[in-house]
Design a protein around this ligand. Structure first.
Ligand code: ATR
Length: 274
């Protein structure tokens, strides 16, 4: 049997935590497989996918700048990637090359696995930001039937995104944030505020109901200022590292037909790498 090959491609590719994560699962499941990082320039994307098909490689993760452009090179796009306008994972289904997106799945699966997560019966969420991460978070939350208020510094971007995402999503600026937080079961930060090198997210969590859960997509640092303040108020907290792990797990399942476990040991390995 030939070794199954999976790649993560980007340009520049830089430091990626995916090889460590998938390498761990490959070893744990005793698979004859490799997960390699490869720098692919934008003009070489078509040639890479042609080679991928010719060699019958098993799968691929994609990062900037290939997430949209790769759509022109696959046979079919899954509903999540269609909604996101971005592909982060390639896999085969009956000899057809599928471009999919596992980010929203990762966010929801992480909430499913967090305690407290959904066990508090969430029905309304506030999502901060209006970029790609906000789109993934909102789409995932809508799949679970939550009503979502998108709040963004630039109100028009939130309004446009809300229109695109349709029923159950409303777009706002930040002027009504306190009011919206008072009715929110879940708050998701998808802005880069709070990330190492960025200013903290200066947000008063006071209006959030006592049962609220705060989810920060930022995972470097793991415990953001926002999560520290949420914990101090007794709110539930969920950090962004699990989203990365669970979106990775979904890709692994697509490639190898087995859902790998997000173990505490793997989480610690990634935490040590931050
Ligand atoms: P991604 O695709 O990773 O989600 P993005 O498209 O750059 O990233 O989106 C980042 C989001 O964070 C944007 O909604 C941005 O707000 P604007 O639309 O007003 O630019 C938000 N953001 C970034 N820096 C911010 C800041 N200092 N204050 C408030 N919002 C900020």
């Amino acid at each position: 049997m030939t070794t199954a090959r999976v790649f993560v491609i980007g340009h520049p590719i830089g430091h990626s935590r995916s090889p460590m994560m998938h390498g761990y699962w490959i070893a744990r499941h005793g698979l004859d497989a490799t997960y390699e990082k490869r720098d692919v320039a934008p003009e070489d994307l078509g040639a890479f996918v042609r080679q991928f098909r010719a060699e019958g490689w098993t799968g691929c993760n994609l990062t900037i700048p290939h997430k949209r452009e790769v759509m022109a090179h696959v046979d079919s796009i899954d509903p999540a990637a269609e909604a996101m306008g971005a592909v982060n994972c390639l896999w085969w289904e009956e000899n057809r090359l599928i471009g999919g997106n596992t980010d929203a799945y990762g966010l929801i699966a992480h909430l499913d696995n967090s305690r407290p997560g959904w066990d508090r019966g969430a029905s309304r969420a506030v999502v901060l930001g209006a970029g790609g991460a906000a789109r993934a978070a909102t789409w995932g939350l809508r799949q679970r039937g939550l009503e979502v208020d998108l709040c963004n510094r630039t109100a028009s971007k939130a309004e446009t995104l809300a229109d695109e995402l349709g029923t159950g999503v409303a777009g706002h600026g930040t002027d009504q944030l306190a009011e919206l937080l008072a009715g929110a079961d879940v708050l998701v930060n998808t802005t880069s505020l709070g990330m190492i090198g960025q200013p903290p997210l200066d947000l008063d969590l006071g209006p959030m109901p006592a049962h609220g859960v705060v989810y920060d997509v930022v995972y470097a640092p793991l415990e953001t200022d926002l999560l520290k303040r949420a914990a101090a108020r007794g709110l539930g907290t969920v950090d962004g590292l699990g989203m990365l792990l669970h979106q990775g797990a979904k890709g692994f399942e697509r490639w190898f037909g087995v859902m790998p476990e997000v173990t505490p040991e793997l989480r610690r390995m990634l935490e040590d790498d931050i």
